[in-house]
Design a protein around this ligand. Structure first.
Ligand code: FES
Length: 156
């Protein structure tokens, strides 16, 4: 290597380092711009779900005996059942097996999950099927003027 080549190599070395650094930063920022949205999607932020303690399901007169209604309880579904004798019962409508939404079966007065044929009684207990736990029971209160009461569902 001649002294002129060595001198040229010495002059280019800082320039090469600078270009390598720029290239590295470009790769790093491209990688982060791909990785960050994926990371935000996979790991949702804490407290993304606002806590809901109670909802007004409607007026008592809107619910006939031996019927069920699925309604929103915050971001999750709840099921309100009016039994044949006029009582109200409410549960978290998310099946404890694989989180399908349950429904009321008026023919048998049971709560049914269509996904894998899970059955719950009107206390939320599992009768049959794969659900591992009972449904979460909500409290039901009637509020307001007699004859015009609201049905209020709340966490117990
Ligand atoms: S999700 Fe309800 S029984 Fe499987």
């Amino acid at each position: 290597m001649s002294s002129q080549d060595a001198h040229l190599q010495q002059r280019e070395s800082p320039r090469r380092t600078f270009l390598d650094t720029l290239l590295g930063l470009g790769f790093a920022s491209t990688f982060m711009s791909i990785l960050y949205p994926v990371w935000r999607y996979v790991i949702p932020p804490a407290n993304a779900e606002p806590a809901t303690d109670s909802v007004v399901a409607g007026k008592v007169s809107e619910f006939r005996p031996n019927t069920g209604a699925v309604l929103k309880f915050g971001t999750k579904p709840a099921i309100l059942v009016r039994t044949s004798d006029g009582q109200f019962k409410a549960f978290n409508a998310v099946c404890t097996h694989l989180e399908c939404t349950v429904q009321y079966k008026s023919e048998t007065s049971q709560i049914w999950c269509a996904c894998h044929n899970g059955l719950y009684d009107l206390s939320g207990n599992v009768i049959s099927g794969p659900p591992p736990r009972p449904l979460e029971v909500f409290k039901v209160n009637l509020r307001g003027e007699p004859g015009q009461e609201d049905v209020v569902i709340s966490r117990t």
